[in-house]
Design a protein around this ligand. Structure first.
Ligand SMILES: Nc1ncnc2c1ncn2[C@@H]1O[C@H](COP(=O)(O)OP(=O)(O)O)[C@@H](O)[C@H]1O
Ligand SMILES: [Mg+2]
Length: 326
């Protein structure tokens, strides 16, 4: 990789933002397949975050598959994230980092954004308490309500990193005949679901930053944002934030909290819509959206901890629901 994380690389852009000299740099993490870095740049008066990507011509992923599809998906995801931060982030009401600069010097991309830490969102959470679950559910409800029927130009036509059209290899590998047979139907039910909106597309707990009291969440990582059924975000969020042993017990609470926040957000953003109608259209699709995620995860890594009694029974429920209703 030709990226060099050094003062020299970033000083010109920091100066052009009027932020003076770089004091120090911190690599937060390398990006996927070592194709870049997420860097925190400390300037004299404040810090900022740079997502700096340079995609090589060919990528081998960690599991040894060398697939053109995986590369294309990743490439597109970084362009989608650039589009999100240049065209959508500013008008988004649920808290996201402010865009400071986006430089597309293909194959090198540089996204310069607000450091959420310096705005009070200092906490990354690995084990969520109810307060964290609530602040994320509020974030998702606001996001989904705001973007119902909105444009998704430049974003994914079908949001989420696991959507079927980009996961043909995993479908081929899926050893679950009933789920495999219904994969296309599940995908099309979700794609045609009423009140289409934007989905974050990778709304896992790690992609939220929290205030110290946990009451406010801000989201990052918009590589898979696009049009979709809101339940897909709720599924991925729950899969990442609720222990599998707690899922049966927590599911009604998660859904009830989400839909009560959604009602408030719909009253704010979509006063012409009936929250009861939106809930009636979306709630039954929660198991269907989980079956869609299960289709991906089971094909990708059959021993994954996200495949468990809860997800197996939810998937069976979804297949039965589809048989009876479609
Ligand atoms: N603007 C930001 N402010 C503060 N922290 C951030 C910001 N952007 C990313 N992070 C932190 O860095 C982590 C990785 O960033 P992310 O964009 O999710 O990269 P990746 O695509 O590799 O997952 C996030 O989970 C978050 O904790
Ligand atoms: Mg991330």
């Amino acid at each position: 990789m030709s990226i060099k994380v050094s003062d020299h690389t970033y000083q010109t852009l920091v100066s052009s933002l009027g932020l003076g000299r770089i004091v120090s740099l911190e690599v937060i993490q390398p990006l996927w397949s070592n194709c870049g870095y997420l860097v925190r740049v400390y300037c004299q008066s404040k810090s900022l975050i740079i997502k700096h990507i340079e995609l090589p011509k060919q990528i081998k992923n960690a599991k040894g598959w060398s697939s053109q599809a995986a590369y294309q998906r990743k490439l597109r995801s970084y362009h989608v994230e650039m589009c999100w931060y240049t065209s959508f982030a500013k008008s988004n009401i649920a808290r996201v980092p402010q865009t400071l600069m986006a430089i597309n010097n293909s194959p090198s991309l540089m996204l310069v954004m607000e450091d959420l830490h310096s705005s009070g969102f200092t906490q990354a959470i690995e084990s969520a308490q109810k307060v964290h679950l609530q602040s994320c559910l509020k974030w998702l409800a606001s996001f989904h309500a705001q973007h119902i029927q909105n444009t998704y130009e430049g974003l994914w036509e079908n949001g989420t990193y696991w959507h079927l059209a980009t996961r043909r290899d995993e479908l081929k590998a899926l050893d679950d005949p009933a789920l495999k047979k219904m994969a296309g139907t599940i995908d099309s039910i979700l794609t045609r679901a009423p009140f289409p909106t934007l989905v974050h597309g990778d709304a896992k707990l790690a992609n939220f930053c929290f205030t110290a009291d946990g009451k406010l969440a801000a989201a990052v990582d918009f590589q898979y944002v696009g049009r979709g059924c809101a339940m897909k975000d709720l599924v991925l969020f729950m899969s990442s934030a609720v222990d599998p042993n707690q899922c049966v017990q927590m599911e009604p609470w998660i859904l009830n909290q989400y839909f009560s926040y959604l009602k408030k957000s719909l009253e704010q953003f979509q006063p012409h819509l009936s929250p009861a109608e939106v809930e009636a259209a979306w709630r039954p699709l929660f198991p269907v959206a989980w079956a869609d995620f299960q289709r991906f995860i089971k094909g990708w890594c059959p021993s994954h901890w996200k495949i468990n009694d809860y997800t197996e029974s939810l998937t069976k429920m979804a297949l039965k629901y589809i048989e009876e209703n479609y």
